[in-house]
Each structure stands twice: as structure tokens, then as C-alpha cells.
Design a protein around this ligand. Structure first.
Ligand code: FDA
Length: 310
């Protein structure tokens, strides 16, 4: 409950235009702890740097306020450029995409524009043996995202497209079971949006408990699972679970956000686990940065200290 209040307070303040203007001017040096840079080359360099420690990258072009169909198509074109650039740099493309940023929910000659653009993006990633994860957004988009995921797995195969389930949603266990026939590659997260109690657990303990249930059920069903959390207790429990159930280290990976718990990312990779960092980049870094601050007061302190230093 307190976590929800903290998150709400931070996001409400962060959304004020005056705060955003000030933040954009002053906070870029601090945001660079969580955002690789503003252009493709910075993102590629971040992957190469992490690879030295045995950590792989999951590239994410940041985009906010993408509204018109033209902007959605342009955004998708930029993701295609990213995939080409990763391949050219010798990196197997692994990208994340929010379907809203490529036109989900917009009709384009009888087909959803988001689906059309997702096809272009996944098709390109598949050409290079790569992978695209469809990020999960706020709850009004859950149904359509899962429906489109099902269509895309049918067209491209589960080894080239995955999606995300959020443990704060009451519905997620049922959603997970309903996808089993696809043998889907799923990233499990706790959930980053402000959601009402009608759809999401308000208490963190329930969110955490549901997180474990989702991961265990997904692994037991023999599917690929991306354990996307910085929660060390959960990570330790998952390690014990896979050991007890004879689950191979190839069936799952630990995923974390760029710049967060770098020590843990490195130590897991050194222990032989697959580890992947989610690497956001782009000019639209502000909302992403605000969500990271909203996740933990420790990050708010990091920013406050950085600003005081001038
Ligand atoms: P929790 O918030 O319980 O934190 C556990 C511990 O981790 C904390 O005590 C702290 O030590 C550390 N920690 C967590 N967040 C931190 C931060 N920002 N800075 C510093 N330390 C931190 N969400 C979503 O709704 N849709 C999505 O598609 C995705 N995608 C995604 C991909 C990947 C790779 C990750 C890691 C996360 C997401 N998320 C997401 C975000 C996710 O829902 C969640 O908000 C964050 O991961 C924070 O939750 P934790 O699981 O880390 O646990």
C-alpha cells in the first residue's frame, strides 16, 4: 500500500509540465545511469560493454506521445533501423516494443496498425535469427496485446516473439495458463503502472507471491521464462526451484534493467546463468526515467544527491 502511495506521488509530480521541463534540462546526466544514450550507437555500445561481463542486451527505443499513424510508422521504421544496426554490429537483435507506440488500436485499412508494424519488426528480427518482446502496458491494453501476441506467434513462431505478464494483475495466472498451447516465451514482471484495486493487488506481498506462482507454473509447463526482477529473494527462490525440479539453465534467463543492480547482474552471469539487461535509449527518456524513480525512494535519493552536487 505504501509502495503504491509513493509511486502515485512521484508519478503525479513527474507528469506536471513545469517539472518535466526542469527535469529535461537538469537531469540528463543523472538519467544516463538508467538510459544508454540518445542514439542507436550508444545503445549498441552499451550492449557490447555488457557482453564483456557475459550479459546480453534487450534493446528498447524509448517513445512517448507517439500519436498519429505517421508517427507510429516512423517509430517502427526506427526500430527496423535499430535491428539492422545491431545485426551489422554482430549482435543478434533482441528488442522490446510497446505496441501502443507502433499504432495498436488504430485502424489502418481494416487491420490494426500496431499489428501491421509489429509484423514488419518481427519479420526483420526473424531474418537475423533475432527476437522481439512485446512489452506489457497498462491493463486496458492487456487483452488486445495478448490477442495480437497469439496471432504473431502463429505467424512467426514462439522463438521470435514473446510477451510479458504482470504479477500485480489478478488475471495473470489465468492468462498464463491460457497461453500454454503456444509454448510461449514470457517475461514475468511485477508491473510498473498505476493500477486500481479492481484489477491489481494493492499489497506488495501479494504481488511478490503471485510473481513466484507465475514463474514456477511457467517453468513447470516446460516454457521459456524470463525472470525479470531485481528482487534478490525471488531470484534465490527461483534458483532453488530450478535446482529442485531439474530445470535446465537454458530454459530461463534473469533479466534486469540497465543500470540497476549491476553487481547482481554480473554475479549471476559469473555463476553461469543467462542474464539480459533491458537497455533503453532515445530522446524520449523522461517518462521512463520517472517510472524508475517511482519504483524506489533509493533512486529519488540518487537524483536528489546528484542535483545537490550541481
Ligand atoms: P521490487 O520493486 O520489489 O524491487 C525489489 C528490489 O529491487 C528493491 O528492494 C530494490 O533493491 C531493487 N529495485 C527495484 N527497482 C529498482 C530501481 N528502479 N532502482 C533500484 N533498485 C531497484 N513492467 C511492466 O509493467 N511492463 C513491462 O513490459 C516491463 N518490462 C520489464 C522488463 C525488465 C527486464 C524488467 C527488469 C522490468 C520490467 N518491468 C515492466 C518493470 C517491472 O514491472 C517492475 O516495475 C520493476 O522491475 C521493479 O520491480 P522488481 O521486480 O525489481 O521488484
Amino acid at each position: 500500500m505504501i509502495d503504491q502511495l509513493y509511486r502515485k506521488a512521484v508519478l503525479t509530480v513527474a507528469e506536471r509540465p513545469q517539472v518535466e521541463k526542469l527535469a529535461r534540462d537538469k537531469m540528463w546526466p543523472l538519467a544516463q545511469r538508467f538510459v544508454a544514450g540518445e542514439d542507436i550507437q550508444s545503445a549498441i555500445s552499451a550492449v557490447q560493454e555488457l557482453q564483456k561481463d557475459g550479459i546480453q542486451g534487450n534493446l528498447d527505443l524509448l517513445g512517448e506521445f507517439i500519436d498519429s499513424p505517421e508517427q507510429c510508422n516512423e517509430f517502427a521504421d526506427n526500430v527496423l533501423k535499430l535491428i539492422d544496426a545491431a545485426h551489422a554490429a554482430g549482435i543478434k537483435p533482441y528488442v522490446s516494443v510497446k505496441l501502443s507506440s507502433v499504432g495498436q488500436g488504430k485502424d489502418d485499412g481494416g487491420t490494426d496498425l500496431g499489428l501491421k508494424n509489429a509484423r514488419r519488426i518481427i519479420g526483420k528480427a526473424k531474418e537475423y535469427g533475432g527476437f522481439v518482446c512485446l512489452d506489457m502496458e497498462d491493463h486496458p491494453r492487456t487483452d488486445i496485446t495478448l490477442e495480437q501476441f497469439r496471432v504473431l506467434v502463429g505467424e512467426f513462431g514462439a522463438e521470435h516473439v514473446g510477451t510479458v505478464l504482470q504479477s500485480y494483475l489478478y488475471r495473470s495466472l489465468k492468462d498464463r495458463a491460457g497461453l500454454d498451447d503456444l509454448k510461449p516465451n514470457i517475461r514475468m514482471v511485477k508491473g510498473a503502472y498505476l493500477e486500481p484495486e479492481t484489477v491489481a493487488y494493492p499489497d506488495k506481498a501479494d504481488v511478490d507471491q503471485n510473481y513466484r506462482r507465475l514463474v514456477y507454473a511457467h517453468l513447470k509447463a516446460g516454457n521459456s521464462c524470463n525472470v525479470a526482477t531485481h528482487d534478490e529473494k525471488i531470484i534465490d527462490d527461483v534458483k532453488r526451484f530450478v535446482l529442485a525440479h531439474g530445470i535446465s539453465k537454458d530454459q530461463f534467463e534473469f533479466q534486469m534493467l540497465y543500470g540497476i543492480r549491476r553487481d547482481l547482474q554480473k554475479s549471476l552471469a559469473a555463476e553461469g546463468y543467462r542474464v539480459r539487461a533491458y537497455i533503453p535509449y532515445g530522446r524520449d527518456w523522461y517518462a521512463y526515467f520517472s517510472r524508475r524513480i517511482a519504483e524506489t525512494p533509493r533512486n529519488a535519493m540518487f537524483v536528489a544527491r546528484g542535483m545537490l552536487k550541481g
